[in-house]
Every structure is written in C-alpha cells, then in structure tokens.
Design a protein around this ligand. Structure first.
Ligand code: NAD
Ligand code: MLT
Length: 527
C-alpha cells in the first residue's frame, strides 16, 4: 500500500514503514497540493506542520489511517476522519519526557537568566550584577493541566523543593495528593499563588486565550510563565504588554499561535526566552514517535486494531481480550448470516466468565464490525462501525457477567431476527494456543473450530444425512475438512457444521437443503 509522509519523520520510522509499503516523503506541501496527491494514499503521516482537514480527508478516497508523529492532534480533523472511517492515531508517550525536560530547562533558564547572560558575555559584556537570578527552592510552581507532561514536570520540580499547586478538573485530588500536588478548584487560584506558572493543557475552545490581559493581572508581579504546550493558550500580545509593564516578571515560550513565525511582540523583550517549538526535538523523542506511528500505520493497513487510535473506543487492549478479537468478528458475521430476513434493533453481546472483568468495549466493536461487514458495501472499521450501526438503527447491548457455567470465558451474541425468531451464537478460546471454538450456533450447542469457509444445516435428526451431505459437497468439488453435529435431543432438530477447504459454489446449499429436507442451510466465509 502507499504511504505519504508529509512532515519530517525520523529515519527509523520511514524504514519501519518501508519494510511493508511504498513510502513517499513529500514535506512542505500546500493544502492544494495535498488535496491533489491525497487520492493516491492509504496512509498519511504528519507532525505538526501539515494540516489534514476535512477537504484533504474527502479527497483521500483510499485513506485508512492518519498518523500524527507526536501528541497534539489540533492539525487533524478527527471528526471528519471518523465519519470517513479513517483511523487517527498519535504517539502519545513518545515525546512527553522530552517536553517535560524542555519545560524544566525553560524554568531554570528563566530563573537564572541564562540565555540573556550568555548573549551578553559573548557580545563582550561582563554583566554579573545585571543578571541576578532567583532560586526555585521553596517557590510555588503552578501547573495548568496535570496530564502526562504536567505530571512529569511536577515530579521534577518536586525534587527542587518547590511547592506544587495545579488546576485540572479531570484529575482526582487523591491522585494529585500522591504526587505531592495540591489541586485548586479554579485557574484563578493557581494564577494568584504561582511564582512559576507552567502550562500543559491541550488547545481547545476552552483553553484558547486562557491567559489574557485580565487573568495576567491576577498574578504576582514576580511571577514567571512557561508555555511548552500550545500557542494560543496565552494571548501573546497581552503577555508582551504585561511583561513590558511589569505586571509579570518573565516568560519562556516554546509554542506560538501561528507557526512557524519569526515575528512576535515577545521577541523584542529582554525578560522573554523563546524556542521554536523544540519541546519534542530530541533524537530520542523523534525516534520513538517515528517507530510508534510506523507500528500503528502497519497495524492499521493490515486491518488490525491500533491501540494508539484516538477515534476508536476502548484504548489499549487487555491481554485477556486479544485472542477474542478475531473470534468476536467471526461471531458477528455468523450472527448476521444466520439471521433470516436480516437483523436490526437490539442485539445483545454477553461477555461471560473471566473476560467479564476486562474492558470489553473493543470486543463489542469487533462483533459489530463482523455483523456490519456482511451488509455494508463500504469497508467497516473499528472507527466507523458505531456510526454505520447507528445509521441502520442497530444497537449493541453489552452485558458482562463473571459467571460462566461451562467455559472459562465465553462470548455470546443473541437477538431477535427480522422474522421474529430468537438467534444465538457463541464462542470461546481454548488453551494451548488460544484456539477458537464455536460452541453454539443457531441456538444449538456444538463444538467446532471456525474455518475460512463453513456451511451449516438445520434438519430433523435421522440416520444417513451426513453421508448425503458429504456426497453432495463431493459432487460440487468441495472438500470437507471437518464435520460436527450438535443436537439438543435424539430425533429432534440437529445442526450440522462443516469446515470446508473451498468456497461453496452458488446453488450448492439450496441443492443440499432440498436433498436432505433441511429446515435451513447457510454457507459463510469467515476468513
Ligand atoms: P494530556 O492529555 O496527558 O494532559 C492534558 C491535561 O489537561 C489532562 O490531564 C486534562 O485533564 C487537562 N485538561 C484538559 N482540558 C482542560 C481544561 N479546560 N482545564 C483544565 N485542565 C484541562 O496531554 P500531554 O501529553 O501532557 O500534553 C500537554 C500539552 O503539551 C498538549 O497541548 C500537547 O499538544 C503539548 N505538547 C507540546 C510539545 C512541544 O513540543 N512543545 C510536545 C508534546 C506535547
Ligand atoms: C507534539 O504535539 O507532539 C509536539 O508539539 C511536538 C510535535 O509537534 O511534533
């Protein structure tokens, strides 16, 4: 498949992608150029320079995945991608240490005027008294956003003996307390207390302009401000004015409302330190970002689940759940094919036994993906499955119950078909090797390993049927790999499940149904 790397990506990332796919590295494309080339690609990889908006996504008819080699996703229209069934993933852990260390470097440089003193001495000025600094020990660090990077910064500042206060309404006070951080209920409280304020928020409509002329005036005149998060969270013009007028003492800024930029009212001020978005610019972070997104893109293009996808419910997959994912999809397909007259409304997926304790959302999605893939023309992915289900009035009810009578873990899909009949299919996995088993089909218990091509018949239990079915498949040139019969009582309705080496030629099932007087017969491709 074809991958466009639209921003500079570490060589290790490009190499990992090139192992399996054709990779074009084309950086600095304008929006028009992107729209023009996008239809050729199955995956696009960006950092923060290139914007993948709804127009680019609409043009990219083959697109399966957009990967952001970094954290922030403000340059990707995640909503438009989700609607188009395109996976969006990032590398959330790749550069957090680098960004936290850059923040600490900015705080230290700001406290001791290192860039200014360095510049003066190199210019021939010995300005020892001019660049008197301030100690961090005993000072208050105010953290806005106590997520991954905010936490790493707080931990490091703790080692300097700083007092830590933070605002993050989405973090539990107990968790903050364990890190030695006192949570405050408002941004204003943190601004009032901070000797050094550090920002680690995402850029959202709520956070844009959070630090403005008014809020800056609530800070101490000795306060210093650091932003290694996103440009726009601080109003740059208001900050420049506050710094020039002594409303606050200093600022260290890595990110700007418009990037790249060489012009800002901040650049002319001696109490300001600036870097050109260097938070993630270390060899280690770029290497990690490159290899992490390459891994995600390779998974996405192989049709597998991407743990770092941001627009798929479920997040990282529990080890207990992993072997059930392909089985879930097969159960979904099986349910859909066996549902005479189709299916809609409520379908129940039960997670029974040990798996009930795990986060099963992705497994529910897997069942949904399997069901829809039999009825929807477009490719069904973990991303667009919920949307497609909604459009068809199909809703999946997920039930978890730690009790399972016969199996360690069991997944059962059940519902009422469009013709008003109850339909149940169920499966499990067995050790060794997490081997899949279908243990209930058409409401009848049995024990069969799913295979790529299968056929099922419901008929009245009586001697000679297996032989007749075997001959009929033989006449059609289809080899039977395995056959299993399940029934609830002798002479009652029986279920025959056949694993076949080849796809079933059209007309064969109808012919067999006639020959054995079956109530129903179905062929299904599960692979
Ligand atoms: P994160 O998602 O782990 O943490 C963000 C925190 O902000 C979360 O805990 C969340 O609860 C909190 N939050 C969200 N909205 C809030 C609001 N309105 N008010 C208060 N708290 C709110 O993110 P992270 O990985 O720590 O990244 C933090 C920022 O750093 C992001 O903007 C990211 O893009 C940026 N970043 C910059 C660089 C760089 O090179 N300068 C590198 C990496 C990340
Ligand atoms: C990020 O969001 O990961 C950082 O801003 C760094 C980058 O843009 O690559």
């Amino acid at each position: 498949m074809k991958i466009l790397v639209a921003d500079a990506l570490a060589d290790s990332g490009v190499a990992a992608l090139s192992q399996f796919h054709d990779v074009d590295v084309k950086t600095g494309l304008s929006k028009d150029e992107l729209v023009e080339v996008a239809p050729a690609y199955d995956a696009i990889v960006v950092r923060s320079a290139t914007t993948i908006d709804a127009d680019v996504i609409a043009a990219a008819s083959r697109l399966k995945v957009i990967a952001r080699a970094g954290v922030g996703l403000d340059n990707v229209d995640v909503e438009a991608a989700t609607k188009a069934g395109v996976i969006v993933c990032n590398a959330p852990q790749s550069n957090i240490i680098s960004a936290a260390e850059h923040t600490i470097a900015m705080i230290m440089a700001l406290a001791r005027n290192i860039p200014q003193a360095n510049e003066a001495l190199k210019a021939g000025r010995w300005e020892r008294s001019k660049w008197n600094g301030t100690e961090l020990h005993g000072k208050t660090l105010g953290v806005l956003g106590l997520g991954r990077i905010g936490t790493l910064v707080a931990q490091r500042a703790n080692a300097f003996g700083m007092r830590l206060v933070a605002y993050d309404p989405f973090i539990a006070p107990e968790r903050a307390g364990r890190m030695g951080v006192e949570l405050r209920g408002t941004v204003e409280e943190v601004l009032r207390e901070a000797d050094v304020l550090t920002i680690h928020l995402p850029k959202t409509p709520e956070t844009v302009g959070l630090l403005n002329a008014e809020s800056l005036r609530t800070m101490k005149p000795t306060a210093r401000i650091v932003n290694v998060a996103r440009g726009g969270i601080i109003d740059e013009a208001a900050l420049a004015e506050a710094l020039a007028e002594g409303v606050v003492a200093g600022a260290a800024i890595d990110v700007f409302a418009t990037e790249p930029t060489t012009e800002s009212p901040l650049f002319g001020l001696s109490n300001v330190i600036v870097t050109p978005h260097l938070g993630a610019s270390t060899e280690e972070a770029q290497d990690k970002a490159g290899t992490q997104v390459a891994e995600s893109v390779n998974l996405a293009l192989a049709g597998e689940f991407v743990p770092d996808a941001v627009n798929v419910q479920g997040g990282a997959i529990d080890d207990l759940i992993k072997p059930f994912l392909p089985l879930g999809e097969k159960l979904g397909r099986l349910y859909a094919v066996l549902a005479e007259g189709g299916f809609h409304g409520d379908v129940t997926v039960e997670f029974l036994g040990d798996i009930a304790d795990a986060d099963t959302r992705i497994l529910g999605l897997s069942v949904l993906k399997g069901m829809l893939s039999t009825v929807v023309a477009e490719p069904v992915t973990f991303v667009n499955a919920p949307l497609l289900a909604d459009e068809r009035g199909l809703s999946l009810r997920e039930v978890s119950d730690g009790h399972s009578e016969d199996y360690v873990s069991l997944v059962r899909v059940s519902g009422t078909t469009a013709e008003g009949r109850t339909l149940r299919v169920a499966g499990t996995t067995f050790q060794p090797g997490d081997r899949e088993r279908l243990v209930e089909v058409w409401n009848t218990p049995l024990d069969v390993e799913p295979s790529d091509h299968m056929a099922f018949f419901r008929y009245d239990d009586r001697p000679g049927v297996i032989g007749t079915v075997g001959s009929a498949f033989g006449e059609a040139g289809v080899n039977i790999a395995a056959a299993q019969v399940g029934r609830r009582e002798v002479g009652g309705e029986a279920l025959m499940a056949l694993s076949l080496d080849d796809a079933v030629p059209s007309g064969t099932i109808e012919h067999i149904v006639d020959r054995i007087g079956a109530h129903e017969g179905r062929a299904i491709t599960l692979g």
